[in-house]
Design a protein. Sequence first.
Length: 232
Amino acid sequence: MFYNIDYLLFMAPAFLLMMLATWYVKSAYGKWGKIPASSRLSGYQAAQRLITAGGLYDVQIEGIAGNLTDNYDPRTKTLRLSQGVAQGSSVASLAVSAHELGHAMQDSDDYFPLRLRAAMVPVVNIGSYLGWILIIVGLFLNMVNLAWLGVLAFSAGAVFALATIPVELNASARARQLLAASGLIVTDEERRGVNSVLNAAALTYVAGLLTAILQLLYFVSMVGGLGGRRRS
């Protein structure tokens, strides 16, 4: 019902941007993951130094499986680094470590957009699951109001994607400042590398936002069409 040729055509811009973002991330990380930072510190060692420099003494570091699965968990004050980032001493490793510590700094500063995004997680999880059900049932039973309720629930995902953008951009800005202030990044080449890696990551969030918005608009058009048929 949902995934037909119309859906694929409607979502084509998002699919293309997501493919571009994925390629950009792999290209940037692949390039700068081979260029050692002048500090010769691993991502784990850099994170330890940045934790001290930023006064983030309650932040713990642990490993996580996967590739570029690095994240910061504000609930447990835990920075999780993938093996490639933790053990690598490249410009890319330092950029990724610093970005995640940017989130730790947001947590320490009680950064409102981060708190807002965290508060939205339960709503988004429920909305993304319940929204599908309400839309399907509403369309199947020709119940417009129920389908619109599903669209409203599903829209939480788009709002969450929008709220993610300033959080991630701010974390990257903090990462650049951390790396510069600590002396871990000193050359123009290293700064270009850090910017390339962080900009590539930012593009993925933009692609995610476009995907969420287009999905929402697609369902709006479907339910709107159902309402039009009922009035005719």
